[in-house]
Ligand binder design. Structure first.
Ligand code: ZN
Length: 159
């Protein structure tokens, strides 16, 4: 089947800035999302629309269509206990913090004893990105997935 609204899509991606590879899903499981429910970058979702399993293609997204521009004054001091993803923090590492708007990725700038200065820009903000996409599978969502608005794994809803 082709990717359309309410399809559950699994895909692998490798993202580049110019020739530099920034991130790839190839080392782990493919990314799964529910198409047409705003769970994916709109530029990627548009490009995936109508594709089928095993299709490979690449998409170029300007920063404004990907993770938006960088903001220069987006540095904030965050208690270490609120940073998730590692036990010991060093500048340049990426941490996850939970905010009122959900999870966000931040980049550690400077680490103190109890707090770290963090750049709140998404690590890919301000970058023009190229995504190499490989569609792994496409299926129809179950009615339960549709009512929750997200994909369930083999074990059902995880929450
Ligand atoms: Zn659920």
């Amino acid at each position: 089947m082709q990717i359309a609204k309410d399809a559950v899509v699994e895909f692998h991606y490798t993202v580049f800035e110019g020739d530099t590879q920034l991130e790839s899903s190839k080392d782990s499981s493919p990314l799964a999302y529910l198409h047409g429910h705003e769970g994916m970058l709109p530029g990627l979702e548009n490009a995936l629309d109508g594709k089928a399993a095993d299709e490979k293609f690449s998409v170029e997204l300007e920063a404004k269509d990907a993770y938006g521009p960088r903001h220069d004054n987006a540095v904030q001091r965050i208690p270490l206990k609120h940073l998730q993803g590692a036990k010991v923090w060093k500048p340049g590492m990426t941490a996850v913090v939970h905010t009122d708007q959900g999870q966000r990725q931040v980049t550690i700038i400077k680490v103190g004893r109890f707090n770290a200065d963090c750049d709140l820009n998404h690590p890919f903000a301000g970058k023009d990105l190229t995504f190499n996409i490989e569609v792994v599978s496409v299926r129809e969502a179950t009615s339960e997935e549709l009512s929750h608005g997200h994909v369930h794994g083999a074990g059902g809803c995880g929450h």
